[in-house]
Structures are given as C-alpha cells and as structure tokens.
Design a protein around this ligand. Structure first.
Ligand SMILES: [Fe+2]
Length: 500
C-alpha cells in the first residue's frame, strides 16, 4: 500500500487505491448511494470541526463496513463486502481518524486474483471459484466485515457466519492477522457479537454450525486465557446472531428461524421461520458447563440484537428487538433494483424493543412489548453491560434500504423515546454511547455516529451530548472522504486501549 503522490490535504494521508473491479456508473442499491464503496484508505488529523470536540471524551469509536470491491460471481449481497474499519479516536479535545480494509486471507486472495473467488450469501456455493472457505468455517469468504469489539487492547473484526477474529490496533488500525488465545482458537471459528464485560475484562463469545455440535459458548479472560468452553445443545442447526450476559450468567438462544435442513442437505444455505417453534433461551453460568444450562421458552420470533441483560432478584431481565414479522410477509414490494433485499429493511421485519423475564426459581418466562416504534441496532453505556440499564440508543431504518436515518434514545424506565432525525439523504451509523470521563450518571456522556450525506458527498463524525440531544450536535468533524454505510460499531474507552 503506497501513499498517494498527491495527498488531498496536509492533514490527510490517502493510500491506495486497492484493487477493485466494479462497473462504472454502478447502480446496485448496495454499491451506490448510501452504500457507495471506497477504494482508498486514510489517516487524518486536525480535521475541520463545527463546534467543539469535548475535552472529557477519551477513547475510540470504531465502525465496520461491508465494502464491495469486485463484481460477484453471480449475485451481490451487501453482507458479502470486504471489511473496512473506520476508527476515530479522541484525546484532549483532538480527534484522529484512520480507515483500513481488514486484511483477511480472503481479501488478500481476491486482491491478488483481482476478482471475487467465493460465493456470496445470495449465491449457490457451487459457483465459488475457490475450493475451500477462507477462514470462515463454511465455503464462504470470511470478510471480517460484520462486527468489531476491543479486547486486550486490540480491535477484533469478525464475520457473522463464524470465522477468525482479525486483530488490529484500535487507533492506527495496524494489523496483526487472526487472533489466537495462548495458541488456541475454536475449530468452528467465532461468531460476530462477542461481548466484553468492562468490569472484569472477560470476552464472552459463541459459535454455531450447520452440523452437530451446533453451538458452543466460551469465555476468555483479560489475559487471554480460555476460562470456559461449553457445548450448547440446541435441537438442530440454528442461526443465532447475538448473545447477552449478566454479571453471573450468559444467555444463548435458538430462535424460530433456522437453517432450512433440506437446503443444507442439498448443499446450499437458506433459512426458514418456523412459527410453531418457540424461542428457546439457554442460560448458563458464566463459567458453568452444559449440565448447568437452564432452558426457557418464549413466543416464537427472531431477534437480531439484544440490548442488555441483568439480574433482578430471582429473575434475569433481557431486552432485545422482537421481530413481529420475521418472515417479512405481506410487505410492500420495493422498486425492482431492491428486489430480493426486502428483508434487509428493519421496517419489514418490524423489530420492536421487547423485554423477557426468566424466573430462575419457577422456570417461567414472561415477556412484554416495550413500544410500537420500530427500531434495532441498540447500544448502551458499556459500564452498564450485564448490569441494570435505563437507556438504550437505537437506530431507525430507512425505508426499503438497509441503512439508518435516525437515532432514538429510549428510557426503559419511563417508556420515553427521544428521536433525532437527520436530513433526507443523510445516513448514520450504529451510534455508540461514550461515557464522559469521570461520569457517574448513565447518560452522562456522548453519542457518537458517522453520518454520510449522499447529496453533498461528504461524511462527518457527529457528537451529541447524550443528556441533551435536543440541543443538537456539540461537534461535527469532517472526514476526508464520504464513507460507505456499514453495520456494527463499538466504543472503547481510553482505559480499554491498553492490554492489561
Ligand atoms: Fe449484528
């Protein structure tokens, strides 16, 4: 990777372009507009700021991206894009930005071949040119593009179909390849949505497979030691996407959407919503084994993401986003170019904040819908993860598009919702909550997101006071180039950037 001979400005270094091969004037809805991919990487500092970067904000906001580079073998799906991480770090009122592709084995192989080598999510595996999977434990390319967390001072980029955890410096995005924990890593890979307990430094994770054993759960401590590894014996191959935890328990799930077993037998992947199959929850002590699992059942649904869980007397409380139409039946069909992507619209699967209560004494589940408002992609103050929380910060989905056009602060105690809408054509990222240095109140801190404006072809990092959203942003930092929409983000406080 070489620096551009003509950097765009003194405060910006631009690298690349990487190899790419998309058609000129591409109109694919997930390779244009909000999803217009990038081919350059950047370092930037002293960026133009409207307002003031708070001097009591210290840490890093990381966001992953599925960024298309080559035409697919047959049919592109947005989750096929290569991982492109964006990092903006804050210290003493200054911000530094970096962006880098996640150099997975698959990324490097396709860069060398200058073409797509693996079948994507919407393609039959037999179309693949490569003969094996690349890191992911399937025939798919592990693109490290779904999620990112920070553990042991390193950013870990992951892929939702289970793969490696690609390790990067959270600030500079310097890369050191796949993670190993004292020489060990699960044969079945690791799913996206590992959880970091800021109070203990534990990393909680799971994986899943189309063949038995179908799911495992593990814990790695702050020193990189594997301190638990247990099979979660689901009834069959399932599609768990996320997990939750409390101070003492971890919560795995097998929900009512699962792999289509006939499709698996026929050599490809498809999934089916079983409306007669209850949602099942495996609640296991953080360091318990398979025999310690407490199983609970609830109404059939699918849940992409959980907000948080905590212990409340005899009960475990779990907040997440119950899909009221997981099969996306009866939805309005969008324009032709969006066909086949209907289920990527949050509004189509109607996910609403929902609370489950699991009583460890009676074994009973109770549940309630918390709102009529459709949102998803929740974040909380990380200090409250696994502990009682009051606030969740969520995203509203754009119509007919997998993209976010508003953020919502939810008070689960009062039911109050505060919405921040952005101008038409502006799409935001998963919005993190960064506690103010020295804060004690849960919402004493900042909400941080990347906002991309397709009208002006610019992106900004936008910072709000989490307790005063109505006052508008406290700072808007202009990025060196417009960034592509992406999925998951994380906030790591300065204390988490050090390997303990
Ligand atoms: Fe996710």
């Amino acid at each position: 990777m070489n620096a551009s001979p003509t950097p765009p400005a003194d405060n910006v270094r631009r690298y690349g372009p990487v190899e790419s091969g998309l058609p000129p004037g591409d109109t694919h809805p997930y390779r244009s507009g909000a999803w217009q991919p990038q081919v350059h990487e950047f370092d930037a500092w002293d960026m133009p700021v409207v307002g003031t970067i708070p001097d009591d904000l210290a840490g890093v906001y990381l966001r992953n991206t599925e960024n298309a580079l080559f035409e697919p073998i047959k049919r592109y799906h947005p989750f096929d894009g290569d991982g492109l991480l964006h990092s903006i770090s804050f210290e003493a009122g200054q911000a530094r930005y970096a962006s880098r592709f996640v150099r997975t084995d698959g990324f490097i192989a396709e860069q060398n071949a200058r073409q797509s080598l693996w079948a994507g999510i919407a393609e039959h595996p037999s179309t693949a040119i490569a003969e094996t999977g690349s890191g992911a434990r399937t025939m798919m390319k592990d693109n490290g593009s779904t999620d990112v967390v920070v553990h042991q001072g390193r950013a870990l980029a992951s892929f939702y179909q289970c793969g490696e955890l690609w390790s990067l410096d959270p600030v500079t995005l310097e890369q050191s390849g796949p993670t190993q924990w004292n020489g060990w890593f699960p044969d079945g890979g690791v799913s996206a949505h590992q959880k970091v307990d800021e109070h203990t430094g534990d990393l909680l994770f799971f994986n899943y497979s189309a063949t038995a054993p179908f799911m495992h759960y593990g814990v790695v401590d702050r020193d990189g030691n594997l301190t638990n590894w247990a099979e979660i014996p689901t009834d069959g191959p399932r599609l768990p996407h996320d997990m939750a935890f409390t101070e003492n328990w971890s919560i795995l799930n097998e929900l009512s959407i699962g792999w289509d077993e006939q499709a698996l037998a026929d050599g490809y992947w498809s999934n089916t919503f079983h409306r007669d199959r209850p949602a099942r929850f495996a609640i296991i002590p953080r360091h318990g084994n398979t025999d310690d699992i407490r199983w609970f059942e609830a109404d059939p649904t699918f849940v992409l993401h959980w907000g948080n869980a905590y212990e409340d007397g005899d009960e475990i409380v779990l907040d997440g986003f119950f899909q009221h139409n997981p099969a996306c039946r009866g939805i309005e069909r969008p324009a032709a170019e969006f066909k086949g992507f209907e289920s990527l619209d949050i509004n189509a699967f109607e996910s609403r904040a929902h609370r489950w209560r699991f009583n460890l004494v009676t074994g009973k589940t109770s549940e309630e819908q918390l709102t009529d408002t459709v949102t998803e992609f929740p974040m909380i103050n990380g200090r409250h993860a696994g502990r009682r929380h009051r606030y969740m910060y969520e995203a509203r989905g754009a119509k007919n598009l997998f993209a976010f056009d508003a953020l919502l602060k939810r008070d689960v105690d009062t039911g109050a919702e505060e919405l921040v809408e952005f101008d038409p054509g502006v799409f935001i990222s998963e919005t993190v909550m960064a506690p103010r240095c020295g804060s004690t109140a849960e919402d004493d801190g900042y909400l941080i997101t990347f906002a991309s404006d397709v009208n002006t072809d610019r992106s900004e990092c936008v910072i709000f006071d989490a307790a005063a959203l109505a006052e508008g942003p406290v700072a808007r930092i202009e990025l060196p180039a417009r960034i592509c929409s992406g999925t998951h983000a994380t906030w790591a406080p300065a204390s988490a950037l050090i390997d303990h």
